[in-house]
Design a binder for this molecule. Structure first.
Ligand code: P53
Length: 491
């Protein structure tokens, strides 16, 4: 029998990001962000990035699910589920519409005052990401995003403005969402959303990624220092996408390839937690002859601005295999070096579902970092069907979350891992980051909106809403409740 004990004060909640829920893309003085110039795609293809907002294109993030106007209703539903925490991001382009202004936009700041006040009304603790795939688009066109060292300054100005403004309303912060997604540097989407960069033909995207990521870890370390100077009680975390990379076989070359893949995916958090580059990476920069702008002052800041905790998303695991002609570096390219794991099932979007991988993740990070861990995303994108009487029987979502929470309980109880909280993705249906679809649904709350932007935007509680309500009410002791007939669902 699994004991499912969660610590007192465990931060059960749910997560979203500003650009995926708010909409109101040009309201309240907001400027365009990178998310506002991406179209919608299908299950396996890429969103297109257009040169600014073009007539005749559909941009799903422009309206998203209208959280900007409907947040009182939505936060009330989160409170009904029993949320202790709510993770969202601050849309950078609401606060600094162009990104390079000297003063913040008061209307943008006032919106998040209202949102955080609404959360506190129900004793819901906000967990706030500074940069979640929503850099001001002007920084892309004028400065090449994080190609430019100047963007460090724009980011820290933004961080200082919001740390100052919300110093009494927000305790838990995260600097860059899934900063390590750009390990997949050959995929246009990740370099653009993480760093505001579009690689040019003939350019070495890997070198470009390492330079941008260096500026970002420096920006993160400066933000940590600024935050702690404003409020020493702030808990400021890093955030990585934790998809562990398993070796496809017990062949030593495959095992080493997987180790290199883990190093390549997690040097970001190594630097943010330990304050220095791992030795393999310094060597790699040299042998690859990347000409990177890394100064002594940067390295000193990395040491001074280490994070208080580590947040991570967990959706899936990966597997890799060495080719017969690896050089000694065993370079890892995520676009080409992953193989299908025959031992785990896949979601409709090809994501490999592996609950035990979450226990693996928690142990791996606990061994390596010795910091509190926060599961700030976990969930499954699936097609949901709204019945005529407005129900959604999403047993597959309950099963997915059930199995992952059970593994998290094992990590806590059997392995002694310090886990601060769990904010599954997503609190409410959102616009998918990678596809722009609404139909890749993640929420406990169904939003009547379709991929083409049609729909009433009405909210409905899914079966998983009631299940998760029970999980939180029992502090994770009861994961087994089956959702009976939901006739008594309020409308
Ligand atoms: P979507 C890739 C791998 C793991 C997580 O993703 C990822 C991505 C990027 O797509 O993104 C995170 O919507 C991200 C959220 C996103 C969520 O996972 O592509 O932090 O913004 O919505 C789910 O299915």
């Amino acid at each position: 029998m699994t004991k499912k004990r969660f610590p007192a004060g465990f931060l059960w909640g749910g997560a979203v990001a500003a650009h995926q829920v708010e909409g109101a893309y040009d309201t309240g003085g907001k400027g365009l962000s990178v998310a506002d110039v991406m179209t919608a795609a299908g299950n396996r293809d890429e969103r297109r990035i257009t040169a600014g907002v073009q007539a005749g294109e559909f941009y799903p993030n422009h309206e998203a699910v209208d959280f900007y106007h409907r947040y009182p209703e939505d936060v009330k539903l989160f409170a009904e589920m029993g949320f202790k925490s709510f993770r969202t991001s601050i849309a950078w382009s609401r606060i600094f519409p162009q990104g390079d202004e000297l003063e913040p936009n008061e209307e943008g700041l006032a919106f998040y005052d209202r949102l955080f006040d609404e959360c506190h009304k129900y004793e819901i603790e906000p967990v706030v990401t500074l940069s979640h795939f929503e850099m001001p688009y002007h920084l892309v066109t004028e400065y090449g995003g994080f190609r430019s060292r100047k963007t460090i300054e724009f980011f820290t100005r933004f961080a200082r403005a919001v740390f100052t403004r919300y110093q009494d309303k927000v305790t838990y912060w995260l600097t860059f969402n899934e900063i390590n997604n750009q390990t997949n540097y050959d995929r246009a989407f990740t370099l653009f959303t993480n760093s505001g960069i579009q690689a040019q033909p003939g350019e070495d995207a890997e070198a470009v990624m390492y330079q941008a990521a260096h500026y970002e870890v420096v920006a993160s370390s400066l933000a940590v220092q600024i935050g702690h100077s404003i409020n020493p009680g702030f808990q400021i975390g890093a955030m990585v996408a934790f998809s562990p990379v398993y070796p496809a076989s017990d062949k030593p070359r495959d095992v080493f390839k997987a180790q290199r893949a883990m190093q390549a995916r997690f040097w970001f958090s190594d630097v943010q937690v330990e304050g220095q580059y791992p030795t393999w990476l310094s060597q790699y920069f040299q042998s690859k002859q990347f000409d990177l702008d890394i100064t002594a002052a940067d390295l000193a800041n990395l040491k001074k601005g280490t994070v208080d905790y580590l947040g991570f998303s967990y959706y899936m695991s990966f597997a890799t295999q060495a080719s017969d002609h690896e050089d000694d570096q065993f370079s890892y390219n995520e676009a080409t070096d992953l193989v299908t794991n025959q031992f785990v099932p896949q979601s409709d979007w090809g994501w490999q579902v592996d609950p035990q991988g979450l226990r693996y993740a928690l142990n791996w990070m606990n061994d390596r970092y010795h910091l509190p861990l926060f599961v700030v995303e976990n969930g499954i994108g699936a097609i949901d069907e709204l019945t005529a009487d407005h129900q959604v029987h999403d047993q597959y979502r309950i099963d997915y979350l059930h199995d992952h929470i059970a593994q998290m309980a094992l990590a806590i109880n059997e392995d002694g891992v310090d886990v601060m909280g769990y904010t599954p993705w997503s609190a409410i249906d959102i616009v998918s980051a990678s596809t722009g679809q609404l139909s890749k649904r993640y929420g406990f709350i169904y939003v009547d909106r379709n991929d083409d932007g049609s729909g009433s935007l009405a909210r409905y509680r899914k079966d998983s809403f009631y299940w998760y309500q029970r999980v939180i009410a029992t502090n994770g002791a009861d994961l087994e409740m089956t959702v009976g007939d939901a006739d008594d669902q309020p409308d």
